[in-house]
Design a protein around this ligand. Structure first.
Ligand SMILES: Nc1ncnc2c1ncn2[C@@H]1O[C@H](COP(=O)(O)OP(=O)(O)OP(=O)(O)O)[C@@H](O)[C@H]1O
Ligand SMILES: [Mg+2]
Length: 270
């Protein structure tokens, strides 16, 4: 059974009198222990998908399952409980993941309130993100990079089933960035944590087991073991990757040539 299953997810934001379609018909299955890099240009809908998977937002249409539980069928209280116990979230803005007046250890302890408190795990996580000596300094006074590392320790505090991290290395140097990636992979290997990581950082995406690229609100491509594939979506839609736009520009007409094992698209001369 998949840990994450998205079925025809649509997200529409309403701002004043305009509607923004942030996601359209996203279908996605992610298995236990997979580490997925979520890629795509700015505004593609990556953070929106993360918010939906985190249960922080309910989709405009479509269904979303976590470990077989249909999130849309849960009332707010049960959803909150499930989130606190089973989902670790690291939002794009590091400070938003933390309680500013609490220390590093207190922030991790707070995240563990939903499960049995595990002081050893808390200490181990803080040491692994290089905050073993952070002492009593409140999180609100930490640098952006320190907050980012602490946010990951907080997100992993409960051995979550699902870790969702939005640009977890954006404020880190290469060395600390690698430590963060190692921690995510370790959680996947040791605890079976499934991770979805939004990133622009190729050292992060190359270290994870799978890539999913979102463009214009759809899953356009997927990568496994270094090879990239386009995804044939509902009704057969395929996105031509930007690197081929010079051969087949958006809006152009193409001829379809059937081959033994697929089709070829050739630009029709107009
Ligand atoms: N709260 C909101 N209200 C209205 N529109 C929104 C809201 N949040 C996001 N959007 C719009 O939805 C689309 C997707 O936004 P999203 O933040 O998911 O993109 P992203 O891929 O995370 O981009 P980035 O890489 O810049 O973080 C964008 O067009 C954005 O302007
Ligand atoms: Mg974003």
């Amino acid at each position: 059974m998949s840990v994450v299953r998205c079925d025809g997810i649509v997200q529409i934001y309403k701002a004043q009198d305009v509607e923004v379609v942030a996601l359209r018909d996203v279908d996605l299955m992610i298995d236990e222990g997979e580490t997925v890099a979520l890629l795509g240009p700015s505004g593609a809908g990556k953070s929106t998908l993360l918010w939906l998977l985190a249960g922080l937002l309910r989709p405009s249409a479509g269904r979303l399952w976590l470990d077989g539980t249909d999130l849309g069928r849960l009332g707010q209280r049960r959803l909150d409980r499930l989130r606190a116990a089973r989902i670790g979230v690291m939002l794009q803005n590091p400070a938003r993941n933390l309680i500013g007046y609490l220390s590093a250890a207190q922030n991790v302890a707070f995240a563990q309130r939903a499960v049995r408190r595990d002081r050893r795990r808390a200490r181990d996580l803080l040491a692994r993100v290089g905050l073993g000596e952070a002492g009593d300094r409140p999180a609100g006074r930490m640098s952006g990079g320190e907050q980012q590392r602490l946010a990951l320790a907080v997100a992993l505090a409960n051995k979550p089933r699902l870790l969702l991290a939005d640009e977890p290395t954006s404020q880190l140097d290469d060395g600390t960035g690698r430590a963060v990636v190692e921690l995510i992979k370790r959680a996947a290997a040791l605890d079976g944590t499934t991770a979805v990581v939004v990133t622009h950082d190729t050292t992060v995406s190359e270290a994870l087991s799978r890539t999913v690229t979102i463009r214009d609100g759809r899953v356009g491509a997927e990568g496994r073991r270094g090879e990239d594939f386009v995804v044939v979506g509902r009704e057969g839609a395929v996105q031509v990757p930007p690197e081929y736009h010079h051969l087949l520009p958006p809006g152009s007409m193409a001829r379809i040539e059937p081959l033994e094992d697929g089709i070829a698209l050739r630009r029709a001369e107009s």
